[in-house]
Design a protein around this ligand. Structure first.
Ligand SMILES: Nc1nc2c(ncn2[C@@H]2O[C@H](COP(=O)(O)OP(=O)(O)OP(=O)(O)O)[C@@H](O)[C@H]2O)c(=O)[nH]1
Ligand SMILES: [Mg+2]
Length: 523
């Protein structure tokens, strides 16, 4: 257990999370050749962007878990999507992680989505390592970037290395601790490791390499951070009060190995988790864990639904009998895997900190607590309320596949599904962001072989209610039901929702379905 390191990579869209993930895998020796986010046909795709739509669009849509060994450590990395429309999935990944890698684009500094995700990390007290990426392109002054992190996020930033030049003149990074300059040479496509040479600053070759002006500026910056900067402190970092900062370029492989070394060395081991019966420590003997993600059809050969479980304590063994806090019946975990993007391997045992995939069709929901021994529950995984609604229309006659697809994608938490009480029984889907419509249509096509179209509707919020009796709906708000026939109101606007609440002070409206909302132990 003590050798496990489990962390998520987060940032604003396009900062380079997936590219950095791929390069960490390359430098860890987990892959031999790095793929690219926008790989042309002949080239490999990045391991963590395994979904067809991700490869087509060059963006991450769903989080991917990757497990690999490095220097005696068992690393579990979760690459997350940056786009706000997929942020519910990113949020779940953060719940499963003990630490975080925050990626910044050197030209943009701290961007909106990074700021939002940082707040989540702060609430969960997750230690954060910062990698400032894309120094092979025109970048902000590194001093300004440090300042940006400190001011915008309100966390102390401790540079561990320092970039030398940017864009075409980016030569490498200077290690502030060892006082050595890591000078890189570009490697054509960044598919292999970049050759690196070590130099001392006093070496005349260093000044020559960097050029006089740049060298003078670099020395000045060094003086500033040595005088006025924060120096790295492991305890401060682990407590979430300080973020060590690293600089580099994931694309050209500059500065990857010092970052990977720091990750292995500094990232926290498995942390305790609060449950309704008290603190669960990773060293506790009995097995506990929770489901933070469900993904169907990852492997076209298996076409199954994988529940991703973060192990919180004890030892998991294949075929063990587990209780699911939401269900009365216990289950046998006969198919257990570890994951490397889309690829999986059967496992026999797992320990606290591990992320494992269990395949038990229909028996898991996001937020389920799994355990051996006496009953307990981890806090529920919060859902983000849907803000966009659309009617989903089948364009062919594959009804069975369509129903299966809609049901399974709903189980993944990709969307909520409603039916109008009157009229045709065409499902209405509710999603957090409109980009999810494309994901639903694309996945229904590629994974279930059905053509469907989503036609946006003018609703803005959905609320469950205990009973629809005596409720009068004004405006264009409508009454609908969910899959279990529980009443739901679809509101035309946020304003319409607030108006309803004012006029029905006795009606309790729930942003989450009642079964989920009724779970004890929620925070
Ligand atoms: N020049 C340059 N481009 C980079 C670098 N790292 C990533 N990119 C490019 O930036 C784009 C986005 O990179 P990704 O790795 O997909 O970024 P991401 O953060 O995973 O994006 P989302 O998952 O969609 O939020 C791609 O075209 C990458 O090739 C870098 O160090 N330098
Ligand atoms: Mg990505």
């Amino acid at each position: 257990m003590a050798r496990r390191r489990t962390f998520a990579i987060i940032s604003h869209p396009d900062a380079g999370k997936t590219t950095l993930t791929e390069k960490l895998l390359l430098y860890a020796g987990a892959i031999e050749l790095a793929g690219a986010v926008r790989g042309r046909h002949a080239r490999r795709h990045a391991t963590s962007d395994w979904m067809e739509l991700e490869q087509q669009r060059g963006i991450s849509i769903t989080s991917a878990a990757l497990e690999f060994e490095l220097k005696g450590r068992r690393m579990s990395l979760i690459d997350t999507p940056g786009h706000n429309d997929f942020s519910e999935d990113t949020y779940r990944a953060l719940i499963a992680a003990d630490g975080v890698v925050m990626v910044l684009d050197a030209a943009n500094g701290v961007e909106d989505q990074t700021r939002k995700l940082f707040e989540v990390c702060r609430r969960h007290r997750l230690p954060i390592l910062t990698f400032v990426n894309k120094f092979d392109r025109p970048s902000k002054d590194p001093l300004d970037l440090v300042d940006d992190v400190e001011r915008t996020l309100g966390i102390a930033a401790a540079p561990v290395n320092w970039p030398i030049g940017d864009a075409e003149r980016f030569r490498g990074v200077y290690d502030l601790g060892n006082r050595t300059l890591l000078r890189y040479e570009r490697e054509a496509h960044g598919q292999y490791r970049a050759p690196v040479a070590l130099l001392s600053l006093d070496d005349p070759a260093a000044r020559e390499l960097v050029g006089d002006t740049l060298f003078a500026h670099f020395r000045e910056s060094l003086d500033v951070i040595r005088e006025a900067g924060t120096s790295f402190d492991l305890a401060e970092y682990r407590a979430g009060r300080q973020t060590p900062m690293f600089f580099g370029s994931a694309l050209t492989n500059f500065g990857i190995e010092p970052f990977l070394e720091a990750l292995v060395e500094f990232a926290p081991p498995p942390q305790p988790h609060l449950s309704d019966t008290g603190m669960v420590r990773p060293t506790d003997e009995r097995f506990t864990g929770f489901v933070f993600k469900i993904q169907a059809n990852m492997d076209p050969r298996h076409r199954d639904r994988v529940a991703f479980v973060r192990v919180c304590s004890g030892r998991f063994t294949k075929d063990m009998t587990l209780a699911n806090s939401r269900l009365v019946k216990s289950l046998r975990a006969s198919r257990a895997y570890r994951f490397f993007g889309r690829d999986r391997e059967t496992i026999e045992v797992a320990y606290a900190g591990d992320i494992i995939g269990l395949v038990n069709p229909g028996q898991f929901a996001i937020g389920d607590t799994l355990h051996s021994g006496p009953a307990l529950r981890f806090p529920d995984v919060p859902r983000f309320p849907a803000e966009h609604f659309g009617r989903i229309r089948l364009k062919d006659t594959r009804y069975k596949q369509f129903d299966d697809g809609v049901k399974q994608l709903e189980e993944e938490g990709l969307m909520q599904v409603f039916y109008l009480s009157t009229g045709r029984r065409e499902p209405i889907v509710g999603v957090v962001g409109a980009l999810q419509y494309d994901v639903i249509a694309s996945r229904l096509r590629s994974e279930y072989g059905v053509m469907a179209e989503i036609e946006p509707m003018g609703y803005a919020a959905a609320r469950w209610l205990g009973s629809a009796d005596g409720v009068s709906l004004g405006g264009s708000n409508v009454l609908a039901v969910d899959r279990q026939d529980r009443p739901v109101i679809l509101f035309e606007s946020e304003w319409g929702l607030r108006y309803f609440e004012r006029h029905h002070p006795d009606v309790v409206l729930l942003a989450e379905s009642p079964v989920t909302a009724a779970k004890p132990g929620r925070t």
